[in-house]
Design a protein around this ligand. Structure first.
Ligand SMILES: *Cc1c(COP(=O)(O)O)cnc(C)c1O
Length: 433
């Protein structure tokens, strides 16, 4: 499609957008009396209006029923988490039995490493990407030390080539081959948080299995963003947070995928608690642990119902719309944003460099942009003018127009504000010179 950098054109795209109505399902922060242009759905998704109803429902049940809410609440609490598995399975391409919600992301990755990182003196290495999200780095290093190994030796980072912004699949495969039989686990962020690059999870999972390693994925930036087929790709395990693209609320619960081939396997250890126990017999308080025959066996504590309530509200919207429709709009709005950036770049004496892959199959909702010659003050200008973005040192802004609630007109408007911000600064500098 030939795009145009005009409000009229952007509005026309909005008129044709089948998801346009969903914008009104979310609550936007306001700056200068207007809804913001929200580019940080990759950090904390906006609040769905219906989330409050779900939370209120739990508060009401708690008030009226007390402990009886476990069984007699309209959405009973003892099995509240089970309401997620089918819908969430559709979001990540899994079987319902392979998916569960519990705890938070880094906690779950630790718990999954209890099952899938069991190093021996011959096979103890973990392959991850260089400059992984800090929490993942800390988690992996602490696991390695916990098992008595040296992170320097046990952690092998996949590197980018000098001068390149993204990882090459061939380099990932090469590293996997090199580490070979010493590799216990491959654990990578499925979508890189800094650049938005999508890894070829199917190919990498296969390569990891060929050398006899387990392969897990941190899907923090992938769930609700890109197409996932965890079962088909034969991934061993994965976990994601729900507060980024899945709009569940700050710090909210994590989803987990555990391949069904590991359910009911005695040789896969696990940290256990009563919520993983056979649900029919859970309240009999028997001494012997009988695992649920699903990913729910990894549950430990009873579920935080007040946290799950807004997540469930949000998940129902994913169910209504479906990932294919979200991805279709995502591709269009990201392409339009990319076009706008190039247009503005031509109009000002500045050089933007989009470091996210230009190929649609290798990216999701996020465009990371190097603003050469621009500093933090531009970021502040954007914030002051109602554009919420995210700044990473040295001078990268990350822009993630979530297809659920961002409009094409937002992209146009953003371009205008960006241009004004750059021109005002250039004008000021010329005056001072
Ligand atoms: C957001 C994010 C996290 C956050 O972890 P929490 O345990 O939810 O605080 C971890 N890893 C990656 C890759 C992320 O993007």
């Amino acid at each position: 499609m030939r795009f145009e950098n005009s409000r009229e054109f952007a509005r026309e795209l909005d008129r044709k957008d089948k998801l346009a109505g969903y914008r009104n399902e979310f609550i936007f922060p306001r700056v200068n009396g207007r809804d913001v242009i929200y580019f940080v759905g990759n950090s904390l998704g906006l609040q769905p209006k219906r989330a409050r109803k779900y939370v209120d429902e739990v508060m009401k049940d708690w008030a009226e029923l007390g402990v009886e809410g476990h069984f007699y609440a309209e959405k009973s609490w003892w099995d509240y988490h089970e309401r997620f598995s089918e819908k969430l399975a559709r979001v990540v391409g899994a079987k319902p039995a392979e998916v569960t919600v519990m705890n938070t992301l880094t906690v779950n990755l630790h718990l999954l490493m209890v099952s899938f990182y069991r190093p021996t003196s011959k096979r103890f290495k973990i392959i991850c990407e260089e400059k992984a999200f800090p929490s993942d780095q800390y988690m992996i290093a602490s696991q390695v030390r916990f098992h008595g190994y040296d992170p320097e030796e046990a952690i092998v980072e996949i590197k980018k080539r000098d001068g390149e912004n993204n990882f090459r699949t061939e380099d990932v495969l090469e590293t996997i081959k090199e580490v070979g039989e010493e590799c216990a686990l491959v654990l990578i962020g499925g979508v890189n948080y800094y650049t938005g690059q999508v890894f070829d999870m199917e190919t990498i999972t296969k390569a990891g299995h060929e050398i006899g390693a387990f392969v897990g994925w941190d899907l923090a930036h992938a769930a609700g963003n890109i197409e996932l087929k965890l079962s088909e790709w034969n991934v061993d395990f994965a976990a994601w947070c729900s507060y980024k693209y899945m709009n569940s609320g700050p710090g909210n619960a994590s989803g987990c995928f555990i391949n069904e081939k590991y359910h009911n396997k005695k040789d896969i250890p696990r940290f256990e608690g009563w919520w993983g126990h056979n649900k029919e017999r859970r309240f009999l308080m028997e001494p012997e642990f009988q695992p649920e025959p699903t990913a729910d066996a990894w549950q430990i504590s009873n579920a935080p119902i007040l946290a799950l309530a807004p997540y469930l509200a949000s998940l129902e919207m994913f169910e209504e719309v479906g990932m294919p429709a979200l991805i279709e709009k995502r591709n269009m709005i990201v392409a339009y944003l990319e076009f706008i950036l190039h247009e503005i770049d031509k109009q000002v004496e500045s050089t933007f460099e989009v470091i996210t892959p230009s190929n649609q199959d290798e990216r999701g909702t996020q465009l990371s942009v190097f603003l050469h010659g621009e500093g933090r003050e531009l970021f502040k200008y954007l914030m002051d003018h109602g554009v919420i973005t995210d700044w990473r040192e040295p001078n990268v802004i990350r822009l993630a127009p979530a297809p659920f609630y961002c409009s094409f007109e937002d992209m146009y408007e953003f371009g205008q504000i960006l241009k004004k911000g750059i021109l005002e600064k250039q004008h000021k500098m010329k005056k001072e010179a």
